[in-house]
Design a binder for this molecule. Structure first.
Ligand code: SIN
Length: 325
């Protein structure tokens, strides 16, 4: 029988209490397993509780701790795959961080739930079972870090949370291509693996640079840019209108930020379509990098981890990383 590791981090999947007033992350990893008897028929389990939090409180340092634990489990010859339970709220950030930090040596599958474990219609048990099925699939490792919920398998670089309360909230960004689905109790792959770049080998205790996200709305004052730079930001992600259009009154502050060596990524507050180089004059005029298909929060993850690994990376090399997807 294969052995899977379950790493629990908290989230609604481990939540308990009334449907709209529950507390996330209160049930332990063993209780999640016990709620789904079929899991014991699929695999032997090694269970650990690395965090017990609502994922709104997840910190970047915890991505590094999780990554280092996953690497250790991948190196353990007795472990065949790793399943991680997590809250949905920041799952797209943790999953993308792991996508950048973990080599595809063994399957790594994250899952979550929109309804607490105590709800009559809890979605966590089925999602956990589907995550285990995926982690046992022979092709799973080639797909890198994946996320499974509500019958679908999503590559973690294309994941986004698209609804505040429906159970199909975890989706694949438009243009990303769904990785696969769970059908008749099996994983069925629908697209080839994402192109996997070599994992960033960041030690658990490395200090991560400050990267801030600024959201553009009508009249948002540009002094926020100066504030972030003065506070020590090494990078700024602009969640701009439309195809990443920079407000005219932001330009002088952005120029000052670039002169101070701050990297600036032009993303969009719109969920689909991405921001691409060469589509308007904003890259050249402001020396910003186009985000490609990265959401503002995923652009922040990429910039934070990349600058931690390569503090002196050139602007052009960074731009290539972003527009590669
Ligand atoms: C959380 O992200 O921890 C709470 C919300 C959820 O899991 O859906």
């Amino acid at each position: 029988m294969p052995t899977l590791a379950l790493i629990a981090t908290g989230g609604t999947i481990a939540g308990s209490g009334p449907l709209h007033r529950y507390t996330a992350g209160v049930l332990d990893a063993a209780s999640l397993l016990d709620a789904v008897p079929e899991l014991a028929e699929l695999a032997a389990w090694q269970v650990e509780q690395i965090f017990a939090i609502d994922s709104r409180d997840m910190q970047p340092a915890q991505w590094l701790k999780l990554a280092s634990r996953i690497r250790a489990l991948q190196a353990d010859p007795t472990i065949d795959g790793i399943v991680i339970t997590h809250g949905t709220d920041t799952l797209e950030e943790t999953a993308f961080a792991l996508h950048l930090l973990i080599a595809p040596a063994k399957p790594v599958v994250l899952t979550a739930a929109m309804r607490p474990a105590s709800a009559r219609s809890a979605d966590g048990p089925a999602n956990l079972l589907q995550a285990a099925i995926t982690a046992l699939d022979t092709d799973a490792a080639r797909h890198g870090v994946t996320v499974v919920a509500n019958d679908i398998i999503i590559h973690s670089d294309t994941l986004h949370k698209a609804h505040t309360h429906h159970t199909d909230a975890l989706r694949c960004i438009e243009g990303g291509g769904l990785a696969g689905r769970i059908l008749a109790g099996k994983a069925q792959w629908l697209t080839p693996p994402s192109s996997l770049q070599p994992a960033l080998q960041l030690p658990e205790d490395i200090a991560l640079p400050r990267i801030d996200i600024l959201n553009a709305a009508a009249g948002t004052p540009p002094d926020l840019i100066d504030f972030c730079v003065a506070a020590g930001a090494r990078g700024l992600i602009l969640a701009l209108t439309g195809h990443g259009s920079i407000p005219a009154d932001w330009r002088p502050a952005l120029t000052r930020a670039r002169q101070a060596g701050v990297h600036i990524v032009r993303a969009s507050r719109i969920a689909a379509g991405g921001v691409w180089p060469g589509c308007n004059e904003d890259d050249e005029a402001s020396d910003c990098i186009a985000a490609g298909l990265h959401s503002p929060q995923q652009a922040r993850v990429r910039l934070m981890l990349t600058l931690a690994a390569q503090p002196d990376i050139s602007r052009n090399r960074l731009a290539a990383l972003f527009s590669a997807r």
